[in-house]
Write a protein that binds this ligand. Structure first.
Ligand SMILES: NC(=O)c1ccc[n+]([C@@H]2O[C@H](COP(=O)([O-])OP(=O)(O)OC[C@H]3O[C@@H](n4cnc5c(N)ncnc54)[C@H](OP(=O)(O)O)[C@@H]3O)[C@@H](O)[C@H]2O)c1
Length: 231
């Protein structure tokens, strides 16, 4: 039986590139996003039998749990879990609507916490499994106009590092992925040339390279930036 990969927020951008990469390498993928139509579009471009799609808003605990139940119902070990779904809301901590922090913590942090806890027994059951948390260079440094986003991404990196410590003895690998500016819908409307950005497919290739290491080595962190530097 083909191995199973789980990706949150897989209908666009980095998540979609990950779905396409793992699916192209012969893995089955369970994927969620809010917009079901986009997920259905994805099934049309990939081998449909290999894709298990589910509509969920991961900023809501009950919907993360529902996606977790959907994956559990597949009754298979989970070889790779990618906590990718995330939202970027620009703003300054002292001026923004306080909902900014709440929404970004719910989407970018709590979703990973709930889903990982829900699926961890299936991840351990896969033997040499791998959890990737899509953090950001905003997990490493603060940027102007990204206050709450940075708070959420620092928190996700803390979650990811702690998980790595907790799972060391189990054989389950944990990798924190820190991309810089990547050309996705998050940058819609930019005037900058495409060449100024990382491609989503580059992030997927980096994840794949980390996944391919032997069972005795783990790439704990991946930092990937535009060649010309941060934006
Ligand atoms: N692009 C960058 O420059 C960059 C840099 C560093 C890190 N990142 C991180 O990389 C991850 C992916 O970002 P991206 O740029 O690829 O974003 P994107 O192109 O906007 O795609 C986001 C994906 O997540 C889904 N999603 C968003 N909110 C969701 C929610 N509440 N519930 C379920 N699914 C949700 C979206 O589908 P629906 O809208 O249908 O729900 C979509 O499939 C995020 O965690 C982001 O913070 C991005």
């Amino acid at each position: 039986m083909r191995k199973l990969v789980v990706v949150t927020g897989g209908s666009k951008g980095i998540g979609r590139a990950l779905v396409e990469k793992f699916s192209g390498e012969g893995y089955d993928v369970a994927v969620c996003a809010r917009n079901l139509a986009l997920l259905e579009e994805l099934t049309a471009t990939l081998e449909p039998a290999a894709l298990h799609i589910f509509s969920a808003d991961v900023s809501r605990k009950e919907e993360v749990e529902a996606f977790g139940d959907f994956v559990l119902a597949l009754n298979r070990p989970v070889s790779v879990l990618v906590n990718n779904a995330g939202v970027f809301i620009p703003g300054k901590l002292l001026e923004e609507d306080e909902q900014n922090l709440r929404v970004q913590l719910d989407t970018n942090v709590w979703s990973a916490y709930y889903l990982t806890r829900k699926l961890i027994s299936r991840v351990k059951a896969a033997g040499c499994a791998h959890i990737f948390n899509i953090c950001s260079i905003a997990s490493l440094a603060a940027y102007p106009h990204s206050g709450s986003y940075s708070v959420s991404k620092f928190a996700l990196l803390g979650f990811s590092k702690s998980l790595r410590e907790e799972l060391k003895e189990t054989g389950v690998k944990v990798t924190s992925v820190m991309p810089g500016a990547t050309l996705t819908d998050s940058w819609a409307g930019t005037d900058l040339p495409d060449t100024r950005f990382i491609r989503a497919a580059d992030v997927a290739e980096a994840v794949w390279a980390a996944f391919r290491l032997s069972p005795s080595a783990v790439m704990e962190e991946i930092v990937i930036r535009p060649q010309a530097g941060d934006l």
